[in-house]
Write a protein that binds this ligand. Structure first.
Ligand code: ADP
Ligand code: MG
Length: 260
């Protein structure tokens, strides 16, 4: 199972939107996908239509209570897409994890046990911080996907993220790399968008995906219907962009898998 964390310590940059719609696009092309909601706000869980009653086990149990992965997984309305939902308990996990000896390796341990062969790929939706939850994700995966909103301080935030990646690589996880940066909420009519986009591409080169995610109101409406945009309106510009991004992502994976 390929593992990819969707991370950026800034809130509101499109992590969860990317997680839900990439997971759906991958599932639609025949991949068996597991999404882990690692944000206490649980937006990925809500956006996939899971009400609180359905969240009997959660990413909190996986991290803190040693509950086996298979017990924490719930089906979503999307065929081929399962989720480990988040509950509010997770907001206490940052503090509770400190008590554990290997507090940065809890998620990796939970995923390494080997009952993961039902899925081809695992996406982890990270919270907007570089705290222990995000560190656990960075230790557990081989790749990061970084959504970046084209705004004034985007590059400053990114350099802080990349420093953290370097530290994790040096101390805990040599395999970790940034597989791609995706520009989100892209607005072609906005001069600043274009300028920041040029700067980011000049600075990071090929790491930046060719596909950009446009600002599209359908992407923001879909979660209130408990559906991915790709199902809510599969023809909107946002859905099309995520389908293209999924293609690009697949082409960047080390072990390519021909879609079923
Ligand atoms: P994060 O997970 O990084 O905090 P979200 O994915 O939750 O960010 O996005 C923040 C808000 O912006 C949400 O209300 C979401 O619906 C909206 N949004 C995300 N991407 C887009 C987009 N491309 N166009 C329009 N709205 C978007
Ligand atoms: Mg989010």
């Amino acid at each position: 199972m390929v593992r990819i964390a969707i991370a950026n310590q800034k809130g509101g940059v499109g992590k969860t939107t990317t997680a839900i719609n990439m997971a759906t696009a991958l599932a639609a092309s025949g991949w068996k996908v597991l999404l882990i909601d690692l944000d206490p706000q649980g937006n990925a869980s809500t956006g996939l239509g899971l009400n609180q009653a359905e969240r009997t086990h959660s990413s909190y149990d996986l991290l803190v209570s040693d509950t086996p992965l298979s017990d924490c997984v719930v089906k979503t309305p999307v065929p081929g897409l399962d989720i480990v939902p988040a509950t509010v308990d997770l907001s206490g996990a940052e503090v509770e994890l400190v008590e554990f000896e290997e507090r940065t390796h809890r998620l990796k341990k939970a995923l390494d046990v080997g009952d993961d062969d039902q899925w081809d790929i695992c996406l982890i939706d990270c919270p907007p911080s570089l705290g222990l939850l995000t560190l656990n994700a960075m230790v557990a995966v081989e790749s990061l996907l970084v959504p970046l909103q084209c705004e004034f301080f985007a590059l400053e935030g990114l350099s802080q993220l990349l420093q953290t990646v370097e530290r994790i690589r040096a101390r805990f996880n040599r395999a970790l790399s940034v597989m791609g940066v995706v520009l989100t909420m892209y607005d072609r009519r906005n001069k600043l968008t274009e300028q920041v986009s040029d700067d980011v591409r000049a600075c990071l080169g090929n790491v930046v995906f060719d596909t950009v995610i446009p600002r599209n109101v359908r992407l923001s409406e879909a979660p209130s219907h408990g559906l991915p945009a790709l199902i809510y309106d599969h023809r909107c510009s946002g859905s099309e962009a995520y389908i293209n991004l999924a293609r690009e992502l697949i082409s960047r994976l080390p072990e390519r898998k021909v879609a079923a």
